[in-house]
Design a protein around this ligand. Sequence first.
Ligand SMILES: [Zn+2]
Length: 315
Amino acid sequence: MNLIKFTKEFPDEASCRAKFKEFRDREGVVCRKCGHTEHFWLKTIEKYECKKCKTRTSLRSGTVMHASNLPFSYWFIAMHLITSTKKSFSALELQRQIGHRYYAPIWLLLNKLRATMGIRDNQYQLDDVVEIDEGFFSSVDTEKEKNSNNKTKRGRGSQKKSTVMILAKTVYDGKPKKKHQKVSKFRYVKMIVMDNLKGTSVDKVITEHVSPTSIVKSDNYTSYSNIKNLVDCHVKRTVKPKEAGKYLPWVHTMIANAKRTLLGIHHMVSDKHIQGYLDEFCYKVNRRYYGEKLFDRLLIASVSINYKSVITDSR
Ligand SMILES: [Zn+2]
C-alpha cells in the first residue's frame, strides 16, 4: 500500500477505529472473565458486553493496543510504515513523522508491534531442510550501562556481543546451473537471542522451532550433539570458516542481511531489545511476497493475540 492509498483509506481517527473493530469482530472477541465468545456492541460507550456474564471489554483491551492511550491513527501509521518499508525505521523517526511530543510512548508502540511479529512467527515450526548456525550481533550491555557511573561514556566499554541462533528453512533446488548459484532455495528464517550456547539451550530452540520430521544441517559444534535425537536426521560437518558460507549458505546470507538492516537504522541496539528488531526483520523476510497484503496481516495479528501476559510496559 503506498502513501496515497493509505491516506485515502485512513484519513482520520474514525476510519482507523472502524477498520480495527472490523478486524477484531472478524477474529472474535473472547470474554476475559468467562471465556464466552458472543458479545453485544455498546455503541455509545464503544465497548463489547459479554452476552453471558455482562463483563465489558473495550475495543483495545487484549489487543496490541491494550493499555495504550495513543490514537488509533498513530498505530495505523506505524503499521503502514513498518509494512511498507523493506528495511526498518527508528522510534525517533516515527516520532518526528507523527509529530508527537514524547519519545517513550512511540518507542513502546513500535516495540509492541515488533513483539506481535515475533509472537506470530513463533506459532510456526520450520521443516524440510533446516540450516542452523550461531551469529554474534553487537549490542549495548544494559546491565553494565546501569552500573556504570560515567554516563558520558555511553556505549563505550559497555558493548557486548549478543548470541543469536539462526535457523533457515530451505528446499533442495537441483544442481546449480551457474557457478555461484546455491543448491537450495530459501523459504523462512528465525533468529533467537540466546543466554548461552549450551547443549540444553540449543535443544530447547530446536524442540520449539523445528519440526521433528526435519533434516537439520549444522557444523560440528559440541552443543549440537543432541540434535540427532530431536529430528529425523542431523547432518553435521567440520567446516573451515572459509567454507561455512558454502555449506550453510542461507544462514550466512541472513546473518549478513540482518546485520546490515540493524546497523543502518539503529545505532545503539540494547541487548534487551535486540530480539524485537530481529523479530521484525524475520517477519518481513518471511512474508516478502505478501506485498500490499502485509498491512492487513499485521492488523490481524494485532487484534487476535492477548498481550496481557506477554508484554510488560518496562523499558
Ligand atoms: Zn463473560
